[in-house]
Design a protein. Structure first.
Length: 274
């Protein structure tokens, strides 16, 4: 975690107040960013964004004003980035740090659109909403140590941060941890469906599946034992778990399936940047 605090680093301008943008903003406010130092730009704000602005004292604007920011965080969809970037130039000064969470959009694209190379590209994930996210980040060469500390503080307010040196790794992080929560949610759905096939009512099946995954994740968080060992601890020789794992760990089982899924997500991330 960075030693830089969020108190006094503003103004921080958040461009895009959707679910991920708001998760970041809420984390920053909890970590000490003053509401007066937060500007949210959202042309069509929802109730949550409006409420957060009212509660915190942050400004909620439909479009950027001619006001240089210390940090600009791009939380818009990749498909609209090309149209949004030119409108943000009034925010960019010689010391402005730009942080992008848009999947697939390269640093050079952001730098060209804004006229600055002080850019950090990152990919957080949705558990940031409860402060349990993880973000991968890479900095352009022109982003200095102070920029990295500020980015670390902003991203660290919603979870862990992993820094990489190769921008291409961000596409892989997008595919693993950025999209990963959806894989786990789908696993819960599939486990609940399997429970229904065993004769359980749908609500009971979902309760069993949800709490099994919640409890297992909490055990991983609480116990430093390697996850492979935790798996083995549940698996008695010739028992029920072993019978199930023989299916999941088969040559055509969960491992190869997840590998294909992650590869497909990475390919799509790379396509979004073209």
């Amino acid at each position: 975690m960075s030693e830089t605090t969020l108190d006094g680093i503003g103004p921080v301008v958040l461009v895009g107040a959707g679910k991920m943008g708001l998760a970041l903003a809420q984390g920053w406010l909890r970590a000490g960013l003053a509401g007066a130092d937060l500007v949210m730009i959202e042309p069509q704000p929802g109730e949550a964004a409006t409420a957060l602005a009212a509660e915190s004292g942050a400004r909620l604007l439909p479009a950027p004003r001619n006001e240089v920011a210390r940090a600009v965080v791009l939380a818009v969809k990749p498909q609209v980035m090309g149209a949004v970037l030119p409108t943000l130039r009034p925010l960019i000064g010689p010391h402005t740090l730009v942080i992008s969470i848009a999947a697939g959009i390269a640093i050079k694209t952001i730098a060209g659109g804004l006229g600055t190379r002080r850019v950090i590209r990152t990919m957080p994930n949705t558990p940031a909403q409860i402060g349990q996210g993880i973000s991968g980040a890479v900095a352009a060469a022109e982003a200095d140590a102070a920029d990295r500390r500020i980015a670390g503080a902003l991203l660290g307010a919603v979870g862990e941060v992993v820094w990489v040196n190769d921008e291409r790794a961000i596409d892989g992080i997008t595919a693993v941890s950025g999209s990963g929560p959806a894989y786990l949610f789908n696993f819960v759905e599939a486990l609940a469906a399997a429970a229904v096939e065993q004769g359980f009512a749908a609500d009971t099946a979902m309760q069993l599946a949800r709490q099994t995954v919640i409890g297992a994740a909490a055990l991983i968080a609480a116990d430093p034992t390697p996850v492979g060992t935790l798996r083995q601890n549940v698996t008695s020789p010739k028992g029920t778990t072993e019978a199930a794992l023989n299916v999941l760990m088969a040559p055509d089982g969960l491992g190869p399936l997840l590998a294909r899924a992650v590869a497909a997500a990475r390919q799509r991330s790379e396509e979004l940047g073209k």
